[in-house]
Design a binder for this molecule. Structure first.
Ligand code: F6R
Length: 610
């Protein structure tokens, strides 16, 4: 979850590192730090909080700059976000930045002498390198020796005051990328950090080390300590710089970008002339045929991407009669799933760096299962590791709470349900042709829903005073209820849960009182009457009713304390429309409570530890 950066070149490294940290603080913003190699020696500055606090501290510290350095943005795993736990950590002359978890930190701590000045597992690595350095007198050998002792998944970058012209990086798990400029070398968890300077990058693989000796010389080593050649990748497609464009938060900007994201996906995947959906998959072009042949596919993901996967299950099973297994990656990897040979796997991840999802990819690779990735970030670890690729194409998503990547994923899964339905023979061409006009209309319907933001501001006014939220939906609306509850809890820090509406009587109804908000998803559909009955039952117990329903539908209006309307459309599309007011009520409730919605407490955008 943390972000690592490094620089060796001719520029003012302080500026390169601070600008880089600003870009990777989505990985963690509990605390930050940097190390600059100046003519007077190594200078370390650390601070609690995000990049603003670090910039201030660096400015206050003043002093000389240099053209080498390391930086780190932290998401706390071991020890609270206090300055002593911020990186870089040091042991005498050794400095390290670390992303990941050292599983045997306690054992190593007992064996090493210390003194340990932090509560982190990371500091142990610095001491381990120091101990080896004393025996080896070579930073490279000391790092090799250390990685043979430490257990876990991690990426590290190391410098020593005794070898100020060396920077060593090693990866086993979390991503690490080298950028090659003209007489300058960059290092980062994420290539976007150095894209303003170069698009020539080298992705380290697990077990590989990069040894930078000066701004033009670097060597790569395998886990067997052998020198290796590494291919250079030219990043042609990556996110361009993003600004807030006048919005108070990235999240709100990203909510409003959703109609354009969907319009973009329509341009790519819908053949308007032939009135046909054509989803283009990179590399294994016959991936969807493999799914049809097997009659089964497993979809695995985390968080909002998992809820999208659940939507995919409902839509694909109904549309194509192909059986879809859905799992959270953190469960799938440990629960010994029954995996029949060659059953295709779809892994969904906005970032493409989620540790649990990557672990499932490695499991699949060992079993030689075909893996299709659906990522937003091209060149991410998942995107590079999968055998076939599809893209959300939503542009950079900066808000920690996913919005546009989520709806783009839902839309692609709906498109997949159409193609798979056709390939399986469950959906005729004429049925498909009837769906196409509603797809083409969809971006405008999204815009129309967003134009009613005021309704959501009013709902937020009611919601901010309540103690808990229960989101209810049936069938295809249930995954959206889960997503709505997640948005609400992660932004407002108020407890929210989602249930299939029919489950309320089996227990959760006991929670309902006058301090409970019931958010019902009930647009006109084959299940709306049933959902209304469940909402009525919750209302009779005193719940405050927020209903997302079809515009003009009297039944939902009469049930609601606050009615959030969406236009009438195809059930699979109306469920996607439902998420827009849910995003907006979470956003406005959180804003009215004074929270920073782009950086909710305790969270990070890219979850690179399990
Ligand atoms: C919630 C949210 C998270 C992510 C989850 C998976 O708003 O954004 O739940 O969906 O951490 O992330 P990715 O999709 O990058 O694997």
């Amino acid at each position: 979850m943390c972000g690592i950066i490094g620089y060796v070149g001719f520029r003012d490294s302080k500026e390169v590192l601070l600008n880089g940290l600003e870009k990777i603080q989505y990985r963690g913003y509990d605390s930050m730090g940097l190390l600059i190699v100046t003519k007077q020696g190594f200078k370390r500055v650390r601070s609690v909080g995000d990049i603003r606090q670090l910039r201030k501290k660096v400015a206050d510290a003043g002093g000389n700059s240099g053209s080498w350095g390391l930086g780190h943005s932290r998401w706390a795993t071991h020890g609270p976000p206090v300055e002593a736990n911020a990186h870089p950590h040091k042991a005498e002359h050794i400095y390290i930045v670390h992303n990941g978890i050292i599983e045997n930190a306690e054992e190593l701590k007992a064996w090493l002498k210390g003194p340990f000045l932090s509560e982190t597992d990371s500091e142990v690595v610095a001491h381990c390198i120091l101990d080896s350095y004393k025996k080896n007198s070579s930073l490279k050998e000391a790092v090799f020796d250390t990685i043979s002792k430490i257990k876990g998944e991690y990426a590290i970058a190391v410098m020593s005051e005794k070898d100020p012209n060396e920077l060593i990086a090693f990866k086993k798990g979390p991503s690490l990328v080298i950028g090659l400029g003209e007489k300058e070398i960059f290092l980062s968890s994420d290539a976007q950090v150095f894209l303003p300077y170069t698009n020539r990058v080298i992705f380290l693989k697990d077990g590989e080390m990069a040894h930078i000796q000066n701004r033009e010389t670097l060597y790569f080593y395998s886990d067997k300590k052998q020198k290796i050649d590494k291919p250079i990748t030219l990043l042609d497609s990556y996110f361009t710089e993003t600004e807030k464009k006048g919005y108070p938060y990235y999240m709100l900007k990203e909510i409003y970008e959703q109609p354009d994201c969907i319009a973009n996906l329509i341009e790519t995947h819908v053949n308007k002339k032939a009135c046909k959906v054509e989803v283009g998959i990179n590399n294994e072009k016959d991936f969807l045929d493999q799914i049809v042949q097997k009659g089964r596919c497993n979809i695995v993901a985390c968080g909002s991407s998992y809820y999208a996967a659940l939507y995919g299950k409902y839509a694909i099973e109904k549309g194509s009669r192909i059986s879809i297994g859905v799992d959270m990656a953190s469960e799938f990897r440990y629960r010994s799933p029954v995996l029949s040979s060659r059953t295709p796997l779809l892994l969904i991840s906005q970032s493409g760096e989620t540790a649990d999802t990557l672990a499932v990819m490695r499991m699949a690779q060992e079993l030689s299962l075909p893996v299709l990735s659906l990522c937003n970030v091209a060149h991410s670890s998942l995107d590079r590791g999968a055998s076939a690729q599809l893209y959300m194409s939503a542009g950079m998503e900066k808000g920690v709470a996913s919005t546009k990547a989520f709806t783009s994923t839902l839309f692609i899964l709906f498109l997949l349900s159409i193609v798979l339905g056709r390939k399986k023979g469950s959906l005729s061409l004429s049925e498909e042709q009837k769906i196409i006009p509603s797809l083409l209309l969809f971006p405008d319907q999204m815009k129309e829903v967003l134009s009613r933001e005021k309704e959501c501001v009013a709902a937020a006014h009611l919601l901010r005073a309540l103690k808990s939220f229960i989101y209810l939906g049936r069938d295809i609306y249930y995954p959206l209820a889960l997503e709505g509850a997640l948005k609400m809890k992660e932004l407002t820090y108020i407890h929210a849960a989602a249930y299939p509406a029919g489950e309320m009587k089996h227990g959760p109804l006991a929670l309902v009182d006058a301090d409970t908000a019931i958010v019902g998803l009930a647009p006109k559909s084959h299940v709306s009457k049933k959902t209304f009955s469940n909402l009525e039952e919750a209302r009779s117990r005193g719940g405050k009713m927020i209903v997302v329903g079809t515009r003009g539908d009297k039944e939902s209006v009469s049930l609601s304390d606050c009615f959030l309307s969406i236009p009438s459309c195809n059930t699979y599309l109306s469920s996607i429309l439902c998420v827009l007011p849910l995003q907006l009520i979470a956003y406005h409730t959180a804003c009215s409570l004074g929270h920073n919605v782009d950086q909710p407490r305790n969270l990070a955008k890219s979850v690179t530890v399990e």
